[in-house]
Design a protein around this ligand. Structure first.
Ligand code: 5GP
Length: 116
């Protein structure tokens, strides 16, 4: 838990293509996009490394704000009607690289199932 590359993006120490920002949530374009639209939605606090660190009592408001951000971004990007996929990689088997909770938002193309 704590400092990651995303902490530097939050503090604007390294650049990112920001698409949404509030007091508690930041969203920016993934540097290695896997779809025409690939946005990462993150909390600005850096004490939630993974889904398994979420505490419903403490984090429910923040999680609601993250999903509100998803819906705002979907409308702004024009992918709310056609649909999009949300992915949260949690831990090694899922391929999580950055230990700061993030929702991947993928859109702008048809997705396949099952995921790899
Ligand atoms: P994970 O594999 O942890 O679920 O996803 C981490 C994501 O962060 C990857 O899709 C990766 O491309 C993205 N990423 C890693 N470093 C940076 C960065 O410095 N800037 C941006 N915009 N995305 C990053």
């Amino acid at each position: 838990m704590g400092e990651t590359i995303f902490s530097k993006i939050i503090r604007k120490e390294i650049p990112a293509k920001i698409v949404f920002e509030s007091e508690t949530v930041l969203a920016f374009r993934d540097i290695n996009p896997q779809a025409p639209e690939h946005i990462l939605i993150i909390p600005k606090i850096n004490d939630i490394a993974r889904v398994t660190d979420i505490d419903g009592n403490r984090h429910s408001k923040l999680l609601g704000e993250m999903f509100d951000a998803v819906n705002t971004i979907a409308k702004e990007l024009g992918i709310d009607k056609d649909g999009f996929r949300l992915v949260i990689n949690n831990g090694e088997n899922a391929g999580q690289d950055v230990e700061h909770l993030h929702i991947h938002m993928l859109g702008g193309r048809k997705m396949t199932w099952p995921p790899g």
